[in-house]
Write a protein that binds this ligand. Structure first.
Ligand SMILES: Cc1ncc(COP(=O)(O)O)c(C=O)c1O
Length: 421
């Protein structure tokens, strides 16, 4: 069977095919950046318009009691379903960076673990900045950043060796933002526990694309964003998870009124909420939460196991096309080949990566535009959001990249990347 027929057959047999129509589709465009910002669900606009007109516009302050106060909890319940947590173990709100700050700070102050902060060279920069800031503010030893010889994969022996030698509080991204490398979560949690350490998992590049089970993996702490595979919208609220037995041992570093035991008593002194709500700080962002709920509902409707299955199938298909068509043209595969070791994006590199991305974005003669994602210095990330990406999209992408190289189309762009893009 030729590739076109194969892609078509796979799309026809896709049990998640209907979800494509749940999202807005720009004409003549393939969107491969859902691992940075997910697409807009069609339903979101109507829900937000209605919320603005009816709840904000007409019912004003009364909407807090009628609708809004219940919203963060309802979303936490839905996230708990997705991640197999208790609803009382999750709060939504703030950004991933702020939640990571709250959580790491709380873990340090709890003295439940050695105060050595540890990260690695695959982690997203904000996580490393946060660890560095906290160690400075709390006079801790300099954080350890476990370095690897490549961005492709973690060297697990090296990571384990570090934990063994200097136990402490780790922060790792379950799916690495550059290569999509996915750590063995359960195994590392067990290793950390054995060495009196804890791992705070950053799930930003994993949630909504990878099957995560907090209970099965004995995960104690996590944070993550919702604007990528959960399609919550730009700046959608992040989440924070702490396993039940640990909650009572932690105190939030930000004593805001929403983290108070009885916020609406307006008491002059702070008394932290007993449960996970202690990590709330201020008024929840209602418009963003309402948008997030739509994205989350779609993910729950599709089912994370089906989403992961399709993601595996799509990334495997793309990998085989890349091996056949693009590696002979000077491309290098920068994502793990092993299925269980990768999330839902595929990364490539080429000497002309940045210029190739410009060609994809531009389209040929106003034809098909493909939206990839460039990460310095050389990475082209192709984000595969299984809810709205199909097999034919991937075939068209590889054919287009091939064309850009064979016709030397990329040469129309300067080699030098502008400093701000
Ligand atoms: C893995 C990871 N962690 C953290 C962040 C930062 O999240 P936020 O902007 O919500 O703080 C990102 C952003 O893309 C990310 O990919």
């Amino acid at each position: 069977m030729n590739k076109q027929a194969l892609a078509q057959e796979k799309d026809q047999q896709d049990p998640l095919a209907k979800f494509r129509s749940y999202f807005t589709q720009n004409e003549n465009e393939i969107y491969l950046d859902g691992n940075s910002l997910g697409k807009l669900p069609i339903q979101t606009k109507g829900v937000i318009d209605n919320l603005i007109e009816e709840q904000w516009g007409k019912k004003l302050i009364r909407s807090w009691n009628d609708h809004w106060l219940a919203l963060p909890k309802r979303i936490a319940e839905k996230l708990a379903l997705l991640l197999n947590a208790l609803p009382t173990e999750i709060v939504v709100g703030e950004s991933t960076s702020v939640n990571l700050y709250k959580l790491i700070h709380a873990l340090v102050q709890s003295k439940q673990f050695p105060n050595q902060l540890i990260t690695d060279s695959l982690n997203f920069p904000t996580d490393n900045y946060i660890l560095e800031g906290i160690s400075h503010q709390l006079n801790l030893p300099q954080p350890i950043c476990v370095g690897y010889s490549t961005d492709l994969k973690a060297d697990l022996d090296r990571l384990r060796e570090t934990i063994q030698k200097t136990p402490g509080i780790l922060c790792l991204s379950l799916v690495s933002y550059k290569s999509a490398y996915c750590y063995p979560m359960k195994e590392l949690n067990a290793f950390a526990a054995k060495h009196k350490s804890i791992i705070v998992w950053d799930l930003s590049h994993a949630v909504g694309a990878v099957h995560i089970d907090f209970k099965q993996s004995n995960t104690l702490a996590a944070i993550g964003c919702t604007y990528k595979y959960l399609n919550g919208g730009p700046g959608a609220p992040a989440f924070l998870y702490v396993a039940k037995p640990l909650i009572s041992k932690l105190s939030t570093p930000i004593q805001g009124w929403f983290g108070h035991r009885r916020p609406f008593d307006f008491s002059p002194t702070f008394e932290a909420a007993e449960g996970i709500e202690k990590f709330d700080a201020g008024t929840p962002p209602i418009l963003s939460l309402a948008a997030l709920e739509i994205g989350l509902d779609i993910t729950l409707e599709a089912g994370i196991q089906s989403i992961r299955k399709k993601s595996e199938s799509l990334t495997s298909f793309l990998m085989s096309l890349i091996k056949e068509e693009l590696l002979p043209l000077g491309f290098k595969l920068e994502s793990p080949v092993e299925l269980s070791e990768r999330g839902s994006h595929i990364t490539l590199s080429h000497a002309a990566s940045w210029r190739i991305c410009q060609c994809l974005l531009q389209g040929k003669n106003n034809g098909l535009k493909i939206i990839p994602d460039f990460r310095p210095d050389k990475y082209i990330r192709l984000g595969i959001a299984p809810l709205y990406i199909g097999f034919n999209d991937l075939l068209l992408t590889v054919e287009r990249i091939k064309e850009i190289i064979l016709e030397k189309e990329f040469e129309q762009y300067d080699e030098q990347r502008p400093t701000v893009t």
